[in-house]
Design a protein around this ligand. Structure first.
Ligand code: PLP
Length: 449
């Protein structure tokens, strides 16, 4: 039996309809290097989405691999309650250096969703045991995505993931998120004063008293289709949270680690959250790990004698794993030493200009939007009305399949096609990816128009 048959015999893949696999089998990847993936049949693919947004430094970076190889014979794993190790101490110190100043305490879990669960529980428990017992709910944005466990789903709002679970989810308060492409105020994200912020103000006025925290994806709602909003919104939100004594949870899982051109997306607004979640870029795609950063104030709110039950009992077996710490340390070291983010920033205007050159005139490209090396095009049936295509056309999915024929891995978000490449990608690789992207978009639009 070949690999595809063996795969389909037993494997249930994530975030996809397995029925699709009947005429679109999984691509069996054999190895990877830099921005390229190579399959078992000898085909190569440009990984323009950094394999689910993780590989900041590209695949199989020699230095990161060496760090892992060195660690693997030394210490594989150790219980993280009452025990520690050099790698995780170094990582906490480094994260302390790169995160906003007031974030000084770091806990570790083993995936992004778990870090969101941890952040939500931390905020809730903090309020419960520090005299704010009426604060029992969470606020989040419409169109939000924070992961797929029940708690993190509850603060998300994308129907594909959460609709069916509505009857068993937490009852959260949804703040209407900024929607700059279809701005109801007719404003422009580059020059507006966040008129839409009044929606948040109304919500806080009504529900602020009963909410312990608001969780956000900073600057970009990634899974919703790379929906970018202005840093000013974050600034205003920080002030509003303070006014209503609501903690601000900053989910930097997708947008941290230089994705937006600064180390963390909140750095664009110069604000500090009360709790920050970090994952994806943290280990450059090598090992599963996430960190939850918080303040002295919140940390101190959990201190007490054992009988007080004030401790934070959120544990995961693989928390603080030494192998994951080793690759996280190597990744951060390279990002800083080699000025990876600064170099990506030098290339960003060029890439954005290319996107505009290639797509501005396309009658079905509603918007080209970008931040950092992230560039997205939103495809619409009608540019004037911004009317979306009928989702049964599965436009994005078809473009994705088309692009694969020429070796570009362009996994879409609905009808939004985007680049979120390793920050180390070269101009030549980007040019090749752009050519294929333009060709695939054109082919599929021709088919339906
Ligand atoms: C990916 C992601 C998560 C979930 O992380 P997992 O490791 O997939 O559980 C949470 N929040 C955001 C913003 C993400 O992009």
């Amino acid at each position: 039996m070949d690999y595809v048959e063996r795969d389909l015999a037993h494997i249930w893949h994530p975030a996809s309809q397995m029925k699709d696999y009947e005429d679109f089998p999984p691509i069996i990847i054999d190895h990877a290097k830099g921005v390229k993936l190579y399959d078992v049949d000898g085909n190569e693919y440009i990984d323009i989405i950094s394999s689910w947004w993780c590989n900041i430094l590209g695949h199989c970076n020699d230095e990161v691999s060496s760090a892992l190889k060195e660690q693997v014979d030394k210490l594989d794993h150790v219980i993280f309650a009452n025990y520690s190790h050099k790698g995780i101490i170094e990582l906490a110190e480094s994260l302390n250096r790169v995160t906003p100043e007031n974030l000084t305490k770091f806990s570790f879990v083993d995936n992004g969703s778990s870090s969101v669960e941890s952040a939500l529980k931390m905020a809730f428990q903090y309020c419960q045991q520090n005299g704010k017992t009426e604060k029992k709910r969470f606020m989040c944005f419409t169109d939000a995505y924070h992961g797929e466990t029940l708690g993190s789903l509850s603060v998300g709002a994308l129907d594909d993931y959460s609709k069916v679970f509505e009857p068993i989810m937490l009852d959260t308060v949804k703040v209407e998120a900024p929607d700059c492409y279809r701005c109801p105020y007719g404003a422009d994200r580059d020059s507006c004063s966040c008129e839409c912020f009044e929606k948040a103000e109304e919500c806080f006025e009504e529900y602020g008293d009963e909410c312990c925290a608001m969780i956000i994806e900073p600057l970009v709602q990634g899974s919703a289709g790379m929906k970018i909003y202005p840093p000013l919104y974050l600034k205003k939100l920080r002030a509003l949270c303070d006014k209503h004594d609501v903690l601000l949870i900053d989910d930097e899982i997708a947008m941290g680690y230089g994705r937006t051109g600064k180390f963390f997306a909140v750095d664009h607004a110069g604000i500090s959250p009360d709790i920050m979640c970090i994952s994806k870029g943290l280990t450059n795609g090598y090992m599963s790990m996430a960190a939850v950063a918080t303040t002295e104030e919140i940390y101190n709110g959990f201190l007490g004698d054992y009988e007080s039950h004030r401790a934070f009992m959120h544990s995961h077996t693989y928390a603080g794993n030494p192998l994951a710490a080793s690759v996280a340390n190597a990744t951060l070291k390279i990002i800083e030493r080699d000025h990876i983010i600064e170099k990506a920033n030098e290339m960003a205007p060029w890439l954005n200009q290319k996107f505009h050159e290639l797509f501005d005139d396309n009658p079905n490209v509603g918007e080209v939007r970008s931040v950092g090396l992230i560039n997205a095009i939103e495809l619409v049936e009608d540019k004037e009305t911004k009317k979306a295509f009928d989702c049964s056309l599965r436009l994005g999915y078809r473009i994705y399949r088309k692009a694969l024929e020429r070796g570009l891995m362009l996994r879409p978000l609905g009808d939004v096609m985007y680049f979120n490449p390793p920050l180390v990608i070269s101009k030549e690789e980007l040019e090749e990816a752009l050519d294929i992207c333009k060709w695939a978009v054109g082919e599929v639009l021709d088919e339906i128009n």
